[in-house]
Design a protein around this ligand. Sequence first.
Ligand SMILES: [Fe+2]
Ligand SMILES: [Fe+2]
Length: 301
Amino acid sequence: MYVIAHLSDPHLGPIPEARLSELLGKRFFGMMNWIGARRRNFGASTLGPLMDDLAAQDPDHICVTGDLVNVSLPEEFDTGATFLSSLGAPEKVSVVPGNHDAYVRSAMHYHLERWAPFLAGDDTHPHTPVDVDSFPFVRRRGDVAVVGVSTAVPTAVFLASGEAGRGQLGRLAALLTELQEEGLFRVVMIHHPPVGERPFHRDLRDAAAVRAVLARAGAELVIHGHDHRASLGRIPAPGGAIPVVGVPSASAGPEDDRGPGGYCLYRVSGAHGAWRCEMERRGYAPGSSTVQSLGCEVLSG
Ligand SMILES: [Fe+2]
Ligand SMILES: [Fe+2]
């Protein structure tokens, strides 16, 4: 049995003090959002006990599906790196960026530089810089392949959309096919959900193309963040529908209107052609300050 933990959208705070020049444009509105809403209901008091619970489960691998920061100030990425290191060694922890990790064009390189050990693939040479063309990355761990897709693209003010892009999708199709031939359980990490309906300004622009690649090439599990809600969708595929799981923000307080903080565990067993994957949701029940099991569900097998 191989156990994967999945958390997302911690939006680590507080936002560091910024120079006025850094607060012009989109970051200004992001700061207002933080001050108005997130600071009230997000925080270490929620995240800390949740991560303690996750550590106690002793997962084999931990996947973080983006939005670690808020307005992409450089110091926030150091906080993000410290957080990732607190979860475990880079070999055990994988991350993909979210829209808040690429909030403005001038900040696109920060996550690539400062989180490199956590988003470098097996084939990435330690001295080769990670760049946007490094995605999707793959990390083979026993019978499991963790595939990281980036949908983080800089967008205009008031937009939180994402895009995988044609180049990355071409590489993803080839990679998923190769991993299937290797007989591995394929977990695709992606920040923006490839299923479900949401407003244009928060959507994955090429969601239909992402779904088409996943349906054609196949995957055993897709995990995402961005919505800050617990969700379970499916992508129809010839080899059987692919489960698509979303988790709440790991920092959301018990009163958050999109759902209190939580994370998922996936217990993978079986073998190629006969995989079994059981999901357990853990986190805060509404109004409760205790981290607990919120239920189990068999996703496949
Ligand atoms: Fe988020
Ligand atoms: Fe997001």
